[in-house]
Design a protein around this ligand. Structure first.
Ligand code: FDA
Length: 565
């Protein structure tokens, strides 16, 4: 009997999300174990968490043992092409540690989530080709995981019990080779951004790469969705610097830029991960950074006119020279203005005095360092750690929910003031990140890559992370993020609400099937929020390269129906 994957409408009810307490009450046969677990939890929460995940996995072993034979057929097919030591089923000891290794969001490892049937930890391209071919032959879908940072866990989990999939773990495909004479690099999808930054700077202190501020994010998912960071005002998104790629398509073929064609090459540079194939590696242009850059971090409390400063920042920051990136993080009732300047302190002070004197920045705020150390500073808020921390692939474990938006016109000061009063004084308030666009971001046409949001002043992120287990904490955090998002409606992007695909948000809609492929009409609801007018072109590419919709998840691009082409 074959196990097909049918998509049901997904519940957005927060209580449908996994949590420890739901688990403790949901499985009568585990009541005794649950009592033991609860007592460990009270004393050593982290050990208890790992124990819990192991218990959940044991429960899925039971389910899998009665799994229909196509899973067995899949394993048999894989075993003929891939060393069995790379195939991790729930029956193997390695499964749970491998599953947890790059998980960022604890909402998607606890009970209630559908875990992978198995994990294939590939070490060479042929293993990826075999996994795709075997998956198609035996009706087992694949979720590709590079760094595992998907905000909604789509690379390793699902909240839909009807999804059955194997995870293709690219963590070992992380070679980075730099051609310093051409300022180019080939980088494996399994590399992290930190590893790429470190390797670029090791080759030459004046090489940089525009990408995100979190060093453990995976190159594979990040470049697939765009990739925004501190160098984006100067050099655009990561995807804007991609010059070639190696992809395994739905037929299991290995393609490069010239053999994949311009449409697929366009789609993989920002159309979001998973939909078009598995990108094994990327050839990127390294960008020029000075040997010394300058950073600062200036905190202002609400009674030190934080709201006035943010109000001014909205118009000032996107219009600053491209060498200057000035973001704001709001947390614990204070605004932290954080800058990267591609130059020395003197130039930064002059620019800040001329363009944003109200912030009161002086020479004392400057910290000069190499660009690679600035990437450490941006993540750890200190440059005291050595650049080698960028090579640490381990993640912190927390629960996470993020919503994001874009702003076209500065939000009036009174509106910001009332949002602060209503939302930011609550203990469950999220970390709010405001990231300016402008500069190179704005000078690239919105259809040049799938990322269409080039003209906005800045992007908003409500990044809610927490460590407490339980439904109450979960509901409190989710309602905070959703509530503030709702209240901002009059002031932010409209028709559609503009969301960046790398800030994955399943609240904006999920796929449904029409026949055996994803419905284009339903997918437009979320798809146009991520891609605006580019969504239709992405769907057209999908119908060319994966008409059977093999590469599919809750927000994968659907094939464009023939009638719409
Ligand atoms: P993961 O492996 O989870 O993949 C994400 C999606 O892409 C999944 O659907 C997956 O199946 C698919 N995929 C992964 N590898 C693929 C491949 N090789 N081929 C095809 N599909 C593939 N973003 C940003 O722009 N700027 C930033 O500063 C940050 N900062 C940040 C901090 C933190 C703490 C987190 C958790 C996330 C961010 N992000 C971000 C968002 C990040 O860019 C986004 O989640 C990426 O998709 C993560 O890529 P990973 O490979 O780590 O994720």
């Amino acid at each position: 009997m074959k196990r097909a994957s049918h998509k049901r409408k997904r519940s957005t009810n927060p209580t449908a999300c996994p949590c420890v307490y739901k688990y403790l009450s949901c499985a009568p046969s585990f009541q005794h174990t649950a009592a033991i677990y609860a007592s460990i939890m009270a004393r050593t929460p982290m050990i208890a968490l790992h124990l819990l995940v192991a218990l959940c996995i044991l429960s899925s072993v039971r389910t899998s043992s009665s799994a229909p034979s196509d899973v067995d057929g899949f394993i048999g097919c894989l075993s003929a092409a891939i060393p069995p030591s790379l195939i991790h089923t729930p029956a193997t000891n390695s499964y749970s540690s491998l599953l947890l290794a790059s998980v960022r969001n604890l909402r998607y490892v606890l009970p209630g989530t559908t875990r992978p049937l198995l994990i294939v930890a590939v070490t060479e391209p042929a293993h990826v080709q075999a996994t795709v071919v075997c998956g198609r032959r035996h009706s087992v879908r694949i979720r590709t995981r590079s760094g595992g940072h998907d905000y909604e866990g789509l690379s390793y989990a699902s909240v839909d019990p009807d999804q059955h999939f194997a995870v293709l773990d690219l963590g070992e495909l992380r070679a980075i080779s730099i051609d310093a004479s051409r300022s180019e690099a080939w980088v494996g999808s399994g590399a992290t951004l930190g590893e790429l930054y470190y390797a670029a700077a090791a080759a030459n202190q004046t090489f940089g790469f525009p990408a995100g501020n979190c060093p453990t994010v995976g190159v594979g998912g990040h470049l697939s969705g765009g990739g925004f960071g501190a160098l984006s005002r100067k050099y655009g998104l990561s995807a804007d610097q991609v010059i070639d790629a190696v992809v395994v398509d739905a037929e299991g073929r290995l393609l490069n830029r010239s053999t994949m064609g311009k449409d697929l090459f366009w789609a993989i540079r920002g159309g979001g991960g998973e939909s078009f194939g598995v990108v094994l590696s990327w050839k990127v242009r390294l960008v020029a950074v000075p040997e010394t850059v300058t950073v600062f971090s200036i905190r202002r409390l609400r009674n030190e006119s934080a709201v006035d400063l943010i109000t001014k920042w909205q118009a000032i920051s996107p219009a600053l020279p491209r060498d200057l990136y000035l973001r704001v993080l709001v947390q614990n009732q204070q605004a932290n203005f954080i800058a990267l300047f591609l130059g020395r302190c003197g130039g930064l002070v002059d620019t800040m005095r001329a363009r944003f004197p109200e912030l009161g920045m002086t020479e004392q705020d400057c910290q000069e360092m190499s660009w690679v150390k600035s990437t450490v500073f941006f993540f750890y808020n200190t440059a005291d750690r050595p650049a080698e921390v960028l090579l640490d692939r381990r993640n912190a474990n927390y629960y996470l929910k993020v919503k994001s938006d874009h702003v076209a016109e500065p939000i009036p000061g009174e509106a910001l003031e009332s949002i602060w009063t209503k939302w930011l004084e609550k203990p469950e308030a999220a970390l709010i990140m405001l990231d300016p666009y402008g500069g190179r971001m704005r000078s690239i046409p919105p259809s040049a890559t799938p990322f269409p949001h080039r003209d906005y002043l800045y992007q908003f992120q409500f990044f809610s992370f927490w460590f407490e287990n339980g439904t109450a904490a979960l509901e409190r955090r989710l309602s905070w993020v959703r509530g503030v998002y709702e209240d901002l409606t009059p002031y932010v992007s409209k028709n559609p609400r503009a969301v960046y695909v790398n800030y994955r948000d399943l609240d904006i809609g999920t796929n449904e099937l029409e026949g055996n492929v994803t419905s284009y009409a339903k997918a437009r609801v979320w798809g146009e929020k991520y891609f605006k007018g580019n969504f239709k072109r992405l769907a057209a590419v999908k119908s060319m390269v994966d008409p059977d919709d093999f590469f599919r998840n809750e927000q994968s691009i659907p094939p464009l129906p023939a009638a719409k082409r």
